[in-house]
Design a protein around this ligand. Structure first.
Ligand SMILES: O=C(O)CCC(=O)C(=O)O
Ligand SMILES: [Fe+2]
Length: 292
């Protein structure tokens, strides 16, 4: 679904308490109006705001940043609280309202059957873009300079949903992103941990896996090309916000999905984070699934 979808979910939800309470539109819709007024950032945890402030400070460094975030040893994966619990609850309620509506809905990606594309809710440009530009960019530029962390200029954002009667798990894959943020939104569930191995060029026999547990409101930041998947949930419902962040300066040189120099073709909407959208090379054989 392109960002230029012809229906307007944002208008439909304008009166919704979710937007009124968190002032997402008031804060973010007009770039001119957006100020770094931390009091209005009530949906972000104090810990997260502190990390962002550190990353923007003159003494910011990778070593210093590692004191603020939890790292998965040897994996360049970082975990930290992002959203306060009330926000997660209200966000889920909003997603469920959208699910119940008769509005047309697309699938989050080629592997997840259940969830919501945030541009269909009108929360993409108004919410995810400022989150990426003002908050995640300072962290990513220190953690992943080699993956375009300092120039993540577009994204695809969606929420995935798992339960015993829906999708149970997600197979091993890499993302169509340079850097991905995965935030657990709830609800209550058992199991469903994420697992991460190595970058995709590492032969399957040599990959070492690490499991990472979800904590509601906490984000897991990782490189998109690091092979990962999700173990089955055994009860309850698991909802996670996924932001695939893209750096055109990186992917214009080499497509992260087929590894070739991309052949760029014009497309509708936002495309896939290239200067223009790359024509997919469907002849490519890969040893794990790819999410697009
Ligand atoms: O199930 C999850 O939380 C992981 C989702 C994921 O890896 C993806 O959508 O790219
Ligand atoms: Fe993924």
């Amino acid at each position: 679904m392109s960002a230029g979808a012809s229906y307007s979910c944002a208008c439909f939800y304008t009166e919704n308490i979710f937007i009124a309470e968190y002032q997402l539109h008031a804060s973010f819709t007009d770039e001119q109006q957006f100020t770094r007024d931390y009091e209005r950032e009530s949906f972000l945890t104090e810990e997260f705001l502190e990390v962002v402030r550190f990353c923007e400070s003159p003494n910011a460094s990778l070593e210093g940043l590692l004191d603020y975030v939890r790292s998965v040893p040897g994996k360049r994966i970082y975990c930290f609280p992002v959203f306060v619990p009330e926000f997660c609850r209200d966000f889920l309620e909003e997603l469920e309202n959208f699910e119940k509506s008769l509005l047309e809905k697309g699938r989050p990606n080629t592997m997840n059957n259940y969830g919501v594309l945030l541009n269909e809710l009108g929360l993409d440009e108004s919410f995810i873009t400022p989150l990426r530009e003002k908050y995640l960019h300072p962290l990513a530029s220190i953690l992943y300079p080699d993956w375009g962390g300092g120039c993540l200029d577009s994204h695809k954002a969606f929420v995935v949903q798992y339960s015993v009667d829906k999708d149970l798990d997600l197979s091993s894959h890499y993302d169509n992103s340079e850097v991905t943020l995965n935030v657990s939104l709830g609800k209550e569930f058992t199991d469903g941990n994420l697992y991460f191995s190595d970058m995709r060029e590492v032969p399957s026999g040599e990959r070492r896996y690490a499991e990472v547990e979800h904590t509601i409101g906490h984000g897991i930041l990782h490189r998109g090309q690091q092979v990962h998947g999700a173990l089955p949930v055994t009860s309850g419902e698991r909802w996670n916000l996924i932001i695939w962040m893209r750096a055109s300066s990186i992917r214009n040189k080499q497509c992260p999905m087929c590894n070739k120099v991309p052949q760029l073709v014009e497309t509708m909407g936002e495309g896939d984070g290239f200067t223009m959208t790359k024509k997919e090379d469907r002849g490519e054989t890969v040893d794990v699934c790819t999410l697009i």
